[in-house]
Ligand binder design. Sequence first.
Ligand SMILES: [Zn+2]
Length: 196
Amino acid sequence: MNECPKCQAEFHTGDAECPKCGVIFAKFEKYQAKLKAANIAPADDPQDARAEIPEDDHIWSSDQHVPKKEKPSLIVVVGGGFIVVCVLFAIYAQLTMPKIKPRDHQRNTPITREEQIQTSFSGWDGSHKKLTELIKESMNDPDSFQHDNTVYWDMKDHIRVKTTFRGKNAFGGVVKNTVFAKADLQGNIIEIIAQE
Ligand SMILES: [Zn+2]
């Protein structure tokens, strides 16, 4: 009878493995020599010993003596956690992000040249604001002013405005007038070109 170097159980001469702990003697000796060479103290706990042995270097005949624990891989844990965080954040962002309204977007857009020019005109009747003021100042009876129609031409560095209106003349009669004027893009009258 011999004694198992691992668990001290007795075994028959010629046995390849221990009947109690299942260690394969040849491999166990090889393993002990390897530990000695690496200057590592032999581990008493089979679990620890197993941990220090490469996967292909099993000293046990089977796994029944040392249950192998299946640990989830680090990549699976971290990756899975990351995906969960991403999904939660996406839901959170969807719920809390302010919706961009078309009106807000439009308000932030710089006004175009045409919109700039349009600010010179009355949104009510389309008359040129400053030109109307100027015409009224020149009239005998400003209260008789009645805007008829106003058009303009974009002349690049200025606009040319044509406006027709009705008003009382010096003799009290209502007459139709047409004025051509040159105005800048900010709405100021540069020059009265013609009056008819
Ligand atoms: Zn044994």
